[in-house]
Design a protein around this ligand. Structure first.
Ligand code: DQQ
Length: 488
């Protein structure tokens, strides 16, 4: 296997050469490859983030579990790699995704060992406060998928406790039947009994979201009296999007009632995993993959970014709400505020005389919805406008869009846009919350609609911000913009 030539020096945080695309406040390893978040857990007050990691290069292969720790959800300290493939073990080809639980004081990981295309549930424990991990000698703890079922895939774990009994769902696909989450029970995390599917695609309400042929990375949890099954839609080797099924769970049966995408950037918000913290918050992180060719990833020496922490909640109308973790406000620096500006088509940009720019920004925009026309926020804009990423609120179509067509002068990066319905606007204000971090964009509209994507501006002066309206007047109640600090 070809290894990259990333030097030891470059592996140290902060010692990397200038890189226009490398985020400064999103988590990613010092170098090489990152994919799914794993094993999210709070232990003695500290947040632990494990992640799918290849220490040998910026491509998916020889998957280990990387590990980072945070006091505040924002700043992360690298800890030693937690899991590495064992040449003779069921995880010889990789330690794939899984979760962490507190087994009566013993930190325990349940993960998928990958070997020769086969996924095997494995267990590891730590005796020194999550620093080093010992694999259970009897791995795998489940010999294979349930007999008699033709599986498309069998991997990834969500484990929880009810009374003294452990339960887990494993992500799966049943040939010809679509995605499934398979339910197991155990007295000790080591011996598991198969109970049947917790949920299959066939149970989804008619005309619900398409969920492919396999569900990866399940996460299953209670949320304000309801239950949520988070899954990632896999189909014919392609990663599509992550979804949330909202429903009711009783007597080990889950009845999904609604299904929705978790993020309208689709594959740019993949394999999310959730955890409950000591404030009772349901936190969620996802893998934000690259949108540039593999050779560009190899040149950069890194690939894959962890999303910002978000909080899931249930709205009064029983639909899912999402927001960025408030701790992120600790990164705010230089601030600009505009109030009560009427944007009329053709008027000068209210931001043009203000010295606002940057590739690491947070923007909060509160708009009064108009009947027609669009309100356009431009970011990562070159002074001549040849490179620009547009966030478009289209009042007539009631849609929000990220337009990447001009985001980069480099022709080989992905340029397809993302769109989502913003639904019927019942409030008199439309709220847009955007984080820009070099090549990463994460936005949440009205606390409901999330959209994550990647853009790769080529010019070092593609850092301007502009705001204008087309077609109709849009009233800006407030615009707050902060330059954000690096977390390293
Ligand atoms: N990534 C892991 C798998 C999971 C997939 C392997 C989702 O366990 O199904 O790195 O991105």
């Amino acid at each position: 296997m070809a290894l990259t030539t990333v030097s030891d020096e470059a592996l140290r945080r902060g010692a990397r050469p200038r890189d226009l695309h490398r985020p400064v406040y999103h988590f990613l390893p010092a170098a090489n490859w990152l994919n799914d978040p794993n094993g999210l857990i709070q232990w003695q007050g500290q947040y632990h983030l494990f992640y799918q990691y290849n220490p040998h290069g910026p491509f998916h292969g020889t998957i280990h579990w990387g590990h980072a720790v945070s006091e505040d959800l924002v700043h992360w300290t690298d800890w030693p790699v937690a899991l590495a493939p064992s040449p003779d073990g069921p995880d010889a080809d990789g330690c794939w995704s899984g979760c962490a639980v507190d087994n009566d004081g013993v930190p325990t990981l349940i993960y998928t060992g990958s070997r020769a295309g086969r996924g095997s549930p494995c267990v590891a424990t730590s005796g020194d406060g999550l620093r080093t991990w010992q694999k259970y000698a009897g791995n795998p703890v489940i010999a294979g998928p349930p007999p008699g079922l033709a599986m498309v895939g069998f991997r990834d774990h969500a484990v929880w406790q009810e009374g003294a009994t452990w339960y887990q769902v494993i992500g799966a696909g049943i040939a010809g039947r679509g995605g499934a989450a398979l339910l197991y029970r155990s007295p000790d995390l080591l011996h598991w009994e198969y109970l049947g599917p917790l949920c299959t695609a066939a149970q989804l309400p008619a005309a619900a979201l398409w969920t492919g042929s396999m569900w990866e990375c399940p996460s299953f949890f209670a949320l304000a009296g309801r239950h949520v099954l988070v899954l990632s839609v896999w189909h014919e080797e392609r990663l599509h999007y992550s979804a949330a099924l909202l429903g009711r769970y009783a007597a080990h049966t889950f009845v999904p009632e609604t299904a929705q995408k978790l993020d309208y950037g689709d594959r740019y918000y993949y394999a999310p995993q959730t955890m409950l913290d000591d404030q009772g918050r349901r936190l969620i992180w996802a893998w934000i993959p690259e949108g540039r060719p593999e050779h560009a990833q190899r040149t950069a020496g890194w690939a894959g970014v962890m999303s910002l922490p978000r909080i899931l909640a249930l709205g009064q109308d029983d639909t899912l709400r999402v927001d960025f973790a408030p701790e992120l406000a600790g990164l705010r620096g230089e601030h600009l505020n505009l109030k009560n500006v009427d944007l009329t088509p053709g008027m000068p940009d209210p931001l043009q005389d203000v010295d606002v720019y940057g590739a690491a920004l947070e923007i909060l925009l509160e708009l009064e919805p108009a009947q027609t026309g669009q309100c356009v926020l431009e970011v990562l804009r070159s002074p001549d406008g040849t490179e620009v990423t547009r966030i478009i609120v289209d009042w007539e179509r009631a849609q929000i869009e990220i337009d990447r067509r001009q985001a980069s002068l480099e022709p080989q990066v992905e340029t397809t846009g993302h769109r989502a319905d913003i639904g019927v606007l019942t409030e008199d204000v439309f709220r847009l919350h955007l984080f820009v971090d070099h090549s990463v964009l994460e936005l949440i509209a009205n606390g409901r609609t999330a959209m994550t994507t990647r853009v790769y501006p080529t010019r070092s002066d593609s850092s301007g911000v502009a705001l204008f309206a087309t077609g109709d007047r849009t009233r800006v109640r407030t615009l707050d913009l902060w330059r954000l600090a690096s977390i390293w």
